[in-house]
Design a protein around this ligand. Structure first.
Ligand code: UGA
Length: 432
C-alpha cells in the first residue's frame, strides 16, 4: 500500500529517506527550514556528494512522487511522518531536542488522526514515550525506527540495510506493522522491539564501533613498541567471526557527525542512570590521545625530535574529511590534527579531493602537489585511495624533506621507497 509520507529535515538521513521511499512508490513530502536548500532541492540540486542520491531526487521530482517545502504544514496530510531533524550535543553531551520539540509543537494539532509519527534521527532513550507530550496530543501512534546509514553510501545502506529496527510499545502494534511493511522491498531483516530498545540499539551500535576503533588504535601503539604489525594482528583477529574484520583499522582517531556525539550521549545516559560505562569513557579518552599521538609523530618526522619546535615549519596535509568518500569535516580528526599543528606554529597547507572549505590558520589548496612544496613532512590524515596513486617522485622533488606520516596506512611502501620517501605508519614497523 502506498503511503503519504512526510519527512521533517532534509539532511543526510531525511533526504535519503525521502528519496528512497519516493523511489519505492510512496508519495513523499520533505520539509526543511533552510529555504535556500529547499529551493535548490526543488531544482534537483543535491548538496551531498552521495552516490545515487541526486539521481533518486531527480527521479522523484520527475515522477512527482517527491516534493520539497520550507513549511512544516506541508506534511499535515501525511499518513506517516518521519522525524529526521538534527539532535546535536548540548554542552554536557546530552542531545539537544529543541529542533524536534519545536517542530512537533507546531505540527501537533495539524496532523490527521491516525498519522504514524516515526522517530528516525538518533534520540535519547525514552524520547518516543515523550512524543505525545511534545505533540500536545496522545492519540497518534509513535514508532521508533533508528537509522544506521554510513556517510558516503547512504543510498546503498538504505536500500540494502544489514537490519531494520522498529520499536513500538507494544512492539507488535499495528503502526509498527505498517512501518515494517515499508521496508519489504529491501528484503532486510526487520527486528521488532520496544521503543526504548530500538533507541538504545542505535547508541549501543555506535558506542561499540567507537570502542572497537579505539581498541585498534591502542593496539597500534603497542605494536609500535614491540615491533609487531597491527595490520597482521588485526587481520588475524578479524578472521574470528566473533570479532569480525571491520572497524579495526588504526588512524588519527574516529570522528564525524555521529560517533563522537553518540558516544558522549551514551555516556551521559549511563551517568544519569547510575551506570559506570568506564569502557566507553576510555574509548573517548583514547580517541583524544590518538590525535595527540599523531601530532607528535608528525612533529618528530618534521623536526627529527619529539619536542622539536614547529615554529614556521611547513607541513603538507593530505586529507581533511573525517573519512574517505565524503567531503564532511564535522568533528574530523584530520582537521583537529591540522589545527593542532597550526597551534604549534606550523605552516600547514592541506589538500582533500572533496573539501574546498577554509581552514583556520592554514591554507587549503586544490592541487595535491602544492602541499609538498618545501614541506618538512607530509601527513596523510584521510584514507582516500587516490593518495596511493599520486606521483610520489614529484612530491619528493617538491618536498623539503621526503618524509610522510601515513596515519591511515594507505600508501604503497614500494612506491614510496622508490621515490625516496621515508614513511612512518601507525602500528607498523618503520619503512625507510
Ligand atoms: C556511523 C556508523 O557507522 C553508521 O552505522 C551510523 O548510522 C552513523 O554513524 C550515524 O549514526 O548516523 P559514519 O559517521 O558515516 O557512520 O562513519 P563511519 O564509517 O562509522 O566512520 C566513523 C569514524 O571511524 C571515521 O572517522 C572513520 O575514519 C573511523 N574509523 C572507521 C576508524 O578509525 N577505523 C576503522 O576501522 C573504521
Amino acid at each position: 500500500m502506498a503511503e503519504r509520507i512526510g519527512v521533517l529535515g532534509a539532511g543526510y538521513v531525511g533526504l535519503t529517506t525521502a528519496a528512497c521511499f519516493a523511489a519505492m512508490g510512496h508519495q513523499v513530502s520533505a520539509v526543511d527550514i533552510d529555504r535556500a536548500k529547499v529551493s535548490r532541492l526543488r531544482a534537483g540540486k543535491v548538496d551531498l556528494a552521495e552516490p545515487g542520491l541526486a539521481e533518486l531526487v531527480a527521479e522523484g521530482l520527475r515522477e512527482r512522487t517527491l516534493a520539497f517545502s520550507g513549511d512544516f504544514a506541508a506534511v499535515a496530510g501525511s499518513t506517516m511522518v518521519f522525524l529526521c531533524l538534527p539532535t546535536p550535543p548540548g554542552e554536557d553531551g546530552t542531545p539537544d531536542l529543541r529542533a524536534l520539540r519545536s517542530a512537533l509543537g507546531d505540527l501537533g494539532r495539524a496532523l490527521a488522526p491516525g498519522t504514524v509519527v516515526v522517530t528516525k534521527s538518533t534520540v535519547p532513550v525514552g524520547t518516543a514515550q515523550r512524543i505525545p507530550e511534545y505533540l500536545g496530543r496522545a492519540d497518534l501512534p509513535v514508532v521508533s525506527n533508528p537509522e544506521f546509514l554510513r556517510e558516503g553510501r547512504v543510498v546503498d545502506d538504505f536500500r540494502c540495510p544489514d537490519r531494520v529496527v522498529i520499536g513500538a510499545d507494544p512492539p507488535d502494534s499495528p503502526a509498527a506493522d505498517r512501518v515494517a511493511r515499508l521496508y519489504r522491498p529491501t528484503k532486510a531483516r526487520v527486528v521488532r522491539t520496544s521503543s526504548a530498545s530500538a533507541e538504545l540499539a542505535k547508541y549501543a551500535s555506535n558506542g561499540f564501533l567507537a570502542v572497537k576503533a579505539s581498541y585498534a588504535n591502542t593496539l597500534a601503539e603497542l605494536c609500535e613498541q614491540c615491533g609487531a604489525d597491527v595490520r597482521d594482528v588485526s587481520g588475524v583477529m578479524g578472521l574470528d567471526p566473533r570479532i569480525g574484520p571491520h572497524f579495526l583499522a588504526p588512524g588519527p582517531g574516529w570522528g564525524g557527525s555521529c560517533l563522537p556525539k553518540d558516544a558522549s550521549a551514551l555516556l551521559r545516559a549511563a551517568d544519569s542512570a547510575g551506570v559506570e560505562f568506564g569502557l566507553l569513557r576510555d574509548a573517548v579518552r583514547v580517541n583524544a590521545r590518538q590525535r595527540t599521538r599523531m601530532v607528535r609523530a608528525i612533529r618528530t618526522a618534521a623536526t627529527g625530535r619529539r619536542d622539536g619546535s614547529l615554529d614556521g615549519v611547513r607541513i603538507g596535509v593530505l586529507g581533511l574529511a573525517f573519512k574517505a568518500g565524503t567531503g564532511d569535516v564535522r568533528d574530523s580528526p584530520a582537521v583537529a590534527v591540522a589545527a593542532e599543528l597550526v597551534r604549534h606554529g606550523a605552516e600547514v597547507t592541506a589538500y582533500d579531493p572533496a573539501v574546498q572549505s577554509e581552514m583556520d590558520g592554514g591554507i587549503v589548496v586544490d592541487d595535491p602537489y602544492l602541499v609538498a612544496k618545501d614541506a618538512a613532512a607530509l601527513a596523510v590524515l584521510t584514507e582516500w585511495p587516490e593518495f596511493r596513486d599520486l606521483d610520489w617522485r614529484r612530491l619528493a622533488e617538491a618536498a623539503g624533506r621526503p618524509v610522510v606520516v601515513d596515519t591511515r596506512n594507505v600508501l604503497d611502501p614500494t612506491v614510496l621507497a622508490e621515490a625516496g620517501f621515508a614513511r612512518i605508519g601507525v602500528g607498523i614497523p618503520m619503512e625507510v
